[in-house]
Design a protein around this ligand. Structure first.
Ligand code: SF4
Length: 360
């Protein structure tokens, strides 16, 4: 039988009172602007709140409303997204803003179905925006909410799969406060983020402790089952740090590139083997330069490699520095001063800015 909370009304009201009293002062909570709520929800996917706050404030200052975002050039949007990672989110946000201006007169649609068809808006984001910005009675389940619900109901199993997932979704819907769905959803997320932590939950400060079966068991950390993490894969890459007339040469990645699709960055190629030899790197670097710049690169210098992790990949990037004296560059290239590297994606920034410490 699916679990029940005996006094739902008490749980809701304690949770709400706690949220009113204890919620963190976050910039997107100061306004009820649907656009601001949407931007914050997209930024918060797979990114910590503390990392999002400064980016969010800069982004909102640059694109204060949906029309400003829709009218911007994609390169400006992506530059403003720099540092947040998962750049497809920024590109989709931009495309969705254009669709909102074109098809909804510049106003964010208020229903789950209309939100769901916007580029990059999945079930979670649509529910969050619909409930928080428009008061739609829809439960939202993120990783924090999953943990709180699994503990309240003492559910083992993986809340992302099968029966446990279904039970968690149903428990979230039953527990939802239909009069204040936005505050209720945020309260549950906040509880998971600040009190019901994965390790050492602070049950003594928890507003719903009296109704929590995991706490009653004496070992709340046992719930839910820890997730099996995907193993990290080490990959070796080659990057060309090409300089022409004192400026760094960039290329735009194709939309199906293995790394950072659609970004401007230094040319890179995956190495065929782990721990490649210097001679192989130089040969591959010359071939990559010929393909990318249609110019010959002589005696490229091997710099100290940089390391960078992207989702499940741990990259070791072997950097080759070279001077390009080509009279012209292909149209697929552009150059920037070294100081402008701060506007590139974190991986490229690291490649350009890490000290050379040449090893060969
Ligand atoms: Fe989490 Fe403890 Fe609150 Fe239960 S009582 S929901 S385990 S913080």
């Amino acid at each position: 039988m699916d679990p029940e909370i005996p006094d739902l009304r008490r749980v809701r009201s304690r949770l709400r009172a706690w949220f009113v009293r204890e919620q963190r002062d976050l910039p997107w909570r100061r306004a009820r602007d649907p656009y601001a709520i949407w931007v914050s929800e997209v930024m918060l996917q797979q990114t910590r709140v503390s990392a999002v706050v400064p980016h969010y404030e800069r982004f909102m200052a640059r694109f204060p409303d949906v029309r400003a975002l829709a009218a911007a050039h994609e390169d400006d949007v992506i530059a403003s997204w720099a540092g947040l990672g998962y750049y497809a989110r920024g590109r989709n946000l931009h495309r969705a803003a254009q669709s909102i201006v074109r098809e909804h007169g510049g106003r964010l649609p208020a229903t789950l179905d209309a939100l769901r068809v916007l580029p990059g808006v999945g079930e979670y984001t649509a529910r969050a925006v619909a409930s928080i910005a428009f008061g739609e009675p829809l439960a939202v389940v993120d990783g924090n909410v999953e943990r709180v619900l699994c503990r309240l109901h003492a559910l083992r199993g993986d809340p992302r799969r099968g029966r446990t997932r279904r039970i968690v979704a149903e428990a979230a819907t039953r527990m939802l406060d239909p009069r204040r769905p936005g505050d209720h959803n945020q309260a549950l997320m906040e509880l998971g983020a600040t009190v019901c932590l994965p390790k050492s939950p602070a049950c003594q400060r928890c507003p719903v402790a009296a109704d929590c079966r995991a706490r009653e068991s004496g070992d709340p950390e046992r719930f839910p089952e820890p997730r099996r993490r995907r193993a990290m894969e080490e990959q070796h890459w080659l990057a060309l740090l090409a300089v022409r007339r004192g400026r760094i040469v960039l290329v735009r990645n194709s939309s199906d590139a293995e790394l950072l699709a659609g970004h401007w960055g230094v040319p890179m190629a995956r190495c065929a083997r782990r721990a490649p030899r210097a001679a192989d790197l130089r040969r591959a670097g010359r071939a990559l330069a010929a393909r990318t710049f249609r110019a010959r690169a002589t005696a490229p210098a091997l710099l100290a490699p940089v390391r960078h992790s992207i989702t499940h990949r741990r990259l070791v990037v072997h950097r080759l520095a070279l001077d390009l004296d080509a009279p012209a560059l292909p149209r697929s290239c552009r150059t920037i001063p070294r100081a402008a590297a701060s506007g590139l994606a974190a991986l490229y920034r690291k490649i350009v800015e890490a000290p050379p410490d040449a090893v060969q």
